[in-house]
Ligand binder design. Structure first.
Ligand SMILES: [Zn+2]
Length: 484
């Protein structure tokens, strides 16, 4: 990251006014037209009615008439820092209006680099808002004792939160108890066989990908015990009985390969259980579960685009995506390979996935109506067919397809994300004193989710990127095809 060549030349920070913009209030969707937004250093200096006499030699005036200003978008499920050089992906995120992200997998090395100040991202990058240690897996949390030790170690190493992957229920709950004791948030997946209500009560700050898989749907089934019995038949993940040097690294490589599209290697037991959960889906049970999430303060990070790119891996809109021009040849090759593997699944299994996706959209809508708190995230860098920055916009479209209002989608990507992170004093709304992380849109984002795509300019940490600047960034990335 320090050796980044992309996103150059670095832009100078200057004092400027965005003149004549319409400010979108992310709290209630109200609009205030004809405003001057003054940006000074890293923050919004003032917001006032247009004053053409304001501005002098030391203040650049940027015409924002006809534009709508919203807070920069937050992608709260990202894996980019695992890349050898993440600068290309980060630049693409910025070019799409993403000004902040939650890294969803870390390592001792990344935590150490951050602690010692050597984890320096390029200027043309969204800000790193939160980062965990290594994901809890059978390697570092195979037993309750190991799970507890890992949570402690990561907290000491400076992790902002604990991320749970697929571990045994005993390890899962032991990790939750220890995290709560230490006061560090715990988020992540609901491993197979977990009691969703117990996980929520135990203090899951956010559940990712609606499970994933059967995950939450086990609890929304009128035959929850039947679904769980099916899942119990799944063979356990086998680990070598001894540890050897580089085992963690080897596991990381294996996991990385698997997560590209885990469904391509779906266990028939999972498919069967998913089908059973679908056919016994109950709205009444969704509402009962939603009440638990609301009461417990359990957030959802649906990452619908992650679910969709898995379950519709063979859809032409992914394999023919013009934005593949930003991705490295190796990555595209890997995505095509895993997709052909997906196509080897029985047609019946793929039909179950398709039907299931419609249900995941319904679930998201029901949660929203019930007041379950939700954040926007893509799961980019690791998931097949997800291209940094663009995939968050695809997430907006999926949230819209689920039936969420444009304001709700905007809130999930701004104000609610800030609330989730505990940073509403500096983020989430366009107000004086807040961080100068902004997006200018050509069209009113409250008129349609599509309008969130009309990024006309981005302000990131007080630096102004015009549409031309953003296009240049994108072209540099395409020329290097550096995104993995
Ligand atoms: Zn993830």
């Amino acid at each position: 990251m320090t050796s980044s060549t992309l996103g150059q030349p670095s832009k100078a920070r200057e004092r400027f006014v965005l003149r004549g913009v319409t400010v979108v209030n992310t709290r209630d969707g109200s609009l205030t037209a004809d405003m001057d937004v003054l940006v000074e250093g890293n923050s919004i200096g003032a917001i006032k009615a247009v004053d053409n006499s304001a501005g002098n030699e030391s203040t650049r005036v940027i015409d924002g008439s006809g534009k709508f200003v919203v807070p920069g978008f937050l992608d709260l499920h990202v894996h980019s820092l695992e890349e050898k050089d993440p600068s290309g992906g980060l630049a693409l995120m910025l070019a799409n209006g993403v000004t902040g992200f939650r890294q969803m997998s870390g390592s001792d090395r990344l935590l150490k680099r951050r602690a010692t100040g050597t984890l320096v991202l390029p200027d043309a990058s969204p800000g790193l808002l939160a980062m965990p240690g290594s994901i809890l897996t059978p390697v570092n949390a195979g037993t309750e004792a190991a799970a507890i030790a890992t949570v402690r170690g990561q907290q000491e190493a400076g992790a902002d939160f604990i991320k749970v992957g697929m571990v045994k229920p005993a390890s899962f709950f032991a990790a939750q108890v220890e995290a709560r004791r230490l006061g560090i948030p715990i988020v992540g997946h609901l491993p197979t066989g977990i009691d969703v209500v117990a996980a929520s009560k135990g203090g899951m700050k956010s559940i990712e990908h609606l499970g994933p898989g059967v995950g939450i749907l086990a609890a929304t089934s009128t035959d929850e015990s039947g679904v769980q019995e099916m899942l119990a038949k799944k063979p356990e993940m086998k680990l070598p009985p001894f540890r050897f040097p580089y085992m963690d690294k080897l596991m990381a490589v294996m996991i990385k390969k698997l997560v590209v599209n885990p469904l391509a290697r779906a266990d028939p037991v999972d498919v069967q259980a998913l089908g059973r959960a679908d056919s016994t889906f109950s709205e009444e049970r969704v509402l009962a579960l939603a009440a638990h999430f609301v009461a417990d303060g359990t957030w959802q990070s649906p990452t619908l685009i992650r679910v969709r790119t898995q379950q519709f891996a063979d859809a032409p809109e992914y394999s023919n995506d013009p934005n593949l021009r930003y991705m490295s040849e190796d990555t595209i090759k890997q995505w095509r390979k895993v997709t052909s593997k997906f196509l080897e699944l029985p047609a019946a299994a793929r039909a179950i996935f398709r039907a299931n996706y419609a249900l995941q959209l319904r679930l998201t809508k029901l949660f929203d109506e019930a007041g379950v708190k939700m954040i926007a995230g893509s799961d980019v860098s690791g998931a097949a067919w997800e291209i940094p920055g663009f995939s968050l916009h695809q997430e907006f479209d999926q949230l819209g397809a689920a039936g969420l209002s444009p304001l709700r989608v905007l809130q999930m990507a701004t104000l609610d994300g800030a609330e989730f992170l505990g940073t509403t004093s500096t983020m989430g709304t366009v107000e004086a004193g807040k961080n100068a992380d902004l997006v200018l849109l050509d069209a009113n984002p409250l008129d349609g989710v599509d309008n969130l795509h009309t990024v006309a300019a981005v302000v990131r940490a007080g630096r102004y990127y015009s549409r031309a600047d953003l296009d240049e960034l994108k072209n540099e990335v395409a020329a290097a095809r550096s995104v993995r």
